[in-house]
Ligand binder design. Structure first.
Ligand SMILES: [Ca+2]
Length: 187
């Protein structure tokens, strides 16, 4: 089941969000830039958590919304690339190179079993997570339609510095009830 709802929410800290309803979940796309920990706090405020992407089904719901609706950033200047995209709930800060979803589940790397969607551009030997810096400990999905002549990165996973300010996606079970007052206009 897939449906799309556009919602405008206002609160002291969050000014806009769009929501999709997917298979018993609500995914909230926040078009506000936050650090990873700030994004976690924003999700927590509405009884949600940063999005987990444990399966191709969830990934395709995320991609679809990015591609057909919001978040796509046209390929303009490379310099902005690292500031774009959406935080989701994965990190390797506890043990460098061991990526975990925030529920403790392992995030597979390239070649490992299980669902993963790390960006790869084999023609130039570029593979995420690239560990170019040990500070690249937080996972985000890219929202660019392309990066130069490389394969399209929309929805693909990248590691980034957790202190960067990005959009973010929260998830919450529909059974958790309607939005709390802080995001009270979702309906
Ligand atoms: Ca890292």
């Amino acid at each position: 089941m897939f449906s799309t709802t556009q919602t405008l929410c206002k609160s002291l800290t969050v000014v806009a969000v769009r929501r999709i309803i997917y298979n018993g979940w609500q995914f909230y796309y926040y078009l506000n830039r936050r650090t990873y920990s700030e994004a976690e706090a924003e999700c927590s405020r509405i009884g949600a958590r940063l999005l987990l992407i444990p399966s191709a089904d969830v990934q395709s719901a995320v991609d679809r919304h990015l591609k057909v609706d919001i978040g796509i950033i046209s390929n303009q200047l490379w310099e902005g690339t690292w500031a774009e995209g959406y935080w989701v709930g994965g990190k390797d800060s506890a043990s460098e190179g061991t990526w975990l979803w925030s529920n403790g589940a392992r995030i597979p790397l390239r070649g490992q079993s299980g669902f993963q969607n790390w960006y790869a551009a084999p023609s130039i030997g570029y593979f995420e997570p690239d560990h170019t810096s040990p500070e690249h400990d937080c996972l985000y999905v890219n929202a660019r339609d392309r990066i130069g002549f490389l394969p399209p990165p929309v929805g693909k996973w990248f590691d980034g510095r957790c202190s960067m300010r990005k959009f973010f996606i929260c998830q919450r079970r529909i059974s958790a009830g309607k939005c709390r007052k802080i995001v009270c206009i979702c309906h």
